[in-house]
Design a protein around this ligand. Structure first.
Ligand SMILES: *[C@@H]1O[C@H](CO)[C@@H](O)[C@H](O)[C@H]1NC(C)=O
Ligand SMILES: *[C@@H]1O[C@H](CO)[C@@H](O)[C@H](O)[C@H]1NC(C)=O
Ligand SMILES: *[C@@H]1O[C@H](CO)[C@@H](O)[C@H](O)[C@H]1NC(C)=O
Ligand SMILES: *[C@@H]1O[C@H](CO)[C@@H](O)[C@H](O)[C@H]1NC(C)=O
Ligand SMILES: *[C@@H]1O[C@H](CO)[C@@H](O)[C@H](O)[C@H]1NC(C)=O
Ligand SMILES: *[C@@H]1O[C@H](CO)[C@@H](O)[C@H](O)[C@H]1NC(C)=O
Length: 496
């Protein structure tokens, strides 16, 4: 039997290797390729040329708010060619080469057990040597960025420290998410709020209003377990009172302070996202949802709980594809770097070249705990970027995840006429730029009006008729009139 088989294989081998047969196969291949080429260039399936003017109202790719799936993007949002020598693009190119799955397949699995982490023996920490390696390959930063000495100080500081992100925790709440990662033990929603040491008033207002921890009832539904944590860097204040000592006191009293050992500044806000993901994956990996936002927003937590319950029932249980990529907020797309060197968002062309990916902006987004864990891993392959919301968008893009736009997240406040309406605040989930006093007042009104407004539904796209043209961080209406400047200020957490 074996002999018989062997003979057949030899015949086959002979047949295939005969030059005539080889040439024949080549001819067939070429003919097929030519046919395919001509049908795709003339057939009806040809993609229309991309319009040169950007759409007036941006709708993110990927999942739309009505649940349908939009086309996946085919090109990268940044300029992958290092021409012009933008530093971030160049550094990212090094990482991308390093992790190219075709050139370096084994690197996908390049992790080791973190033996220093005593609290969770099974926690895998990925090792990512290239984040700093890219720097040494590029060498002298000042020669890479010719205009480096003329750049604003915050940009220089950012560039000098952007390869480093493993800052130690100084203060953290004990057992915020319950004891140990037992199955089904995580909170339903973790509120992670970016704040700075001196914003004590903001934190206090949040604790008494939308940030209450414990079991929180929904506006109409059952609600869920909510946990709160404030994210801080270190304050290098020259003030007479020792702010860090006050923070220690505050932490003992409320157990909701999470502070890391880095300088708290506007361009360092990205570190809070990255370090939060890391912290969540070790300390709170069972959280169902995470709200990440600023300390100058008003969040209608009960309505958000209802909305999230609805999502889990209608769209996806834990572990589903939908939940693994769930992020919702005010999605901003087709934005480009701000090149006005007098604004705090200024990004020089020598640092970044390209457009921004779609990102959730304006003071707060909500994502699934599962997505937080994925972001934690992928962020190790994306160089830090000074604008925090954009950085999150960059990581999402790497995961092939598109944030869902929801009109009830108001980055730019209400349109004037809507604000006067009786139950205006019952149509929203989040509104940006409210002072602590306003938050207190609005919250008690919202509670008082609950029954009166119980049939009010969340804002939908149709109500929001204003069209915005987003251009270098200024927002213009259809006549080109400037509506707002500085629209997505990240809670003015800046010392600069
Ligand atoms: C959902 O939204 C997309 C984009 O806005 C639109 O193209 C599509 O027709 C909508 N689908 C339904 C069922 O409404
Ligand atoms: C970096 O480059 C600048 C300008 O090319 C040069 O003046 C400086 O000496 C270089 N520094 C180092 C450490 O090579
Ligand atoms: C961010 O924090 C690090 C560590 O404290 C510091 O070295 C760096 O200068 C800070 N960056 C900015 C832009 O403030
Ligand atoms: C801003 O740019 C202008 C030219 O576009 C330049 O003259 C000015 O010095 C720059 N200012 C700063 C602070 O870099
Ligand atoms: C609550 O109701 C009162 C009276 O109808 C109205 O004047 C007020 O604006 C409402 N406030 C909120 C936050 O809905
Ligand atoms: C809204 O409140 C009214 C009483 O003010 C009540 O009769 C009605 O059933 C409530 N509707 C819902 C949906 O809760």
């Amino acid at each position: 039997m074996a002999c018989y088989h062997w003979r057949w294989r030899r015949v086959l081998l002979c047949l295939c290797c005969t030059p005539g047969v080889l040439v024949g196969s080549l001819c067939v291949y070429v003919t097929l390729a030519v046919c395919y080429g001509t049908t795709t260039t003339t057939g009806p399936g040809v993609a229309a040329p991309i319009p040169q003017t950007p759409p007036e109202r941006f709708i993110a790719l990927g999942l739309t708010s009505n649940g349908t799936v939009a086309p996946h993007p085919t090109s990268s949002f940044w300029d992958p060619k290092p021409h012009g020598g933008a530093l971030w693009n160049l550094l990212q190119l090094h990482i991308d080469r390093h992790y190219n799955p075709i050139l370096m397949p084994s690197r996908e699995y390049n992790y080791h057990l973190d033996t220093n982490n005593n609290n969770n023996k099974n926690y895998l920490r990925f090792s990512f040597p290239t984040l700093s390696a890219g720097f040494s390959e590029i060498g002298n930063l000042t020669s890479q960025m010719a205009d480096f000495p003329e750049l604003p100080l915050q940009m220089q500081m950012f560039v000098r420290s952007m390869h480093f992100r493993d800052y130690p925790v100084l203060i953290e709440p004990a057992k915020l998410c319950g004891r140990g990662p037992r199955k089904g033990q995580g909170p339903f929603l973790v509120l992670a709020i970016k704040t700075k040491a001196l914003n004590f008033e903001n934190r206090q207002a949040i604790r008494q209003t939308w940030g209450r921890a414990g079991w929180v009832a929904g506006a109409t539904g059952n609600g869920g377990v909510v946990r709160r944590v404030f994210l801080l860097g270190k304050n290098h204040a020259e003030s007479r009172v020792d702010v860090n000592e006050l923070l220690q006191l505050e932490s003992r009293r409320y157990r909701d302070i999470l502070q890391w050992d880095f300088h708290d500044s506007f361009f360092n806000l990205t570190l809070k996202d990255v370090l939060l993901w890391d912290w969540l994956s070790t300390r709170c990996s069972m959280a169902r949802f995470v709200f990440k936002g600023d300390d100058d927003v008003l969040l209608r937590t009960p309505a958000l709980l209802d909305y999230l319950r609805e999502q889990t029932i209608l769209s996806g249980a834990p572990g589903s594809e939908f939940m693994k990529g769930f992020m919702v907020g005010d999605v901003i797309g087709a934005a480009s770097p701000n090149r006005v060197n007098t604004t705090k968002y200024f990004i020089p062309a020598s640092f970044y070249n390209g457009l921004y990916p779609p990102y959730g902006g304006g003071g707060g987004v909500v994502y699934s705990g599962e997505l937080a864990l994925r972001l934690n891993r992928i962020s190790r392959r994306v160089h830090l970027y000074p604008i925090d919301d954009v950085y999150v968008g960059m990581c999402l893009h790497r995961l092939g995840v598109h944030p869902i736009h929801h009109p009830a997240f108001l980055t730019f406040d209400f349109p004037k006429k809507d604000r006067e309406e009786r139950c205006a605040y019952h149509t929203i989930l989040l509104v940006h730029k409210r002072s602590p006093a306003q938050v207190m007042k609005l919250w008690s009104e919202i509670m008082r009006n609950q029954t009166e407004c119980n049939s009010t539904i969340l804002r939908t796209e149709k109500e929001n008729k204003n069209t915005f043209l987003i251009d270098s961080f200024s927002v213009k209406d259809n006549k080109g009139q400037e509506l707002l400047t500085d629209p997505w200020g990240s809670s003015e957490n800046s010392a600069l």
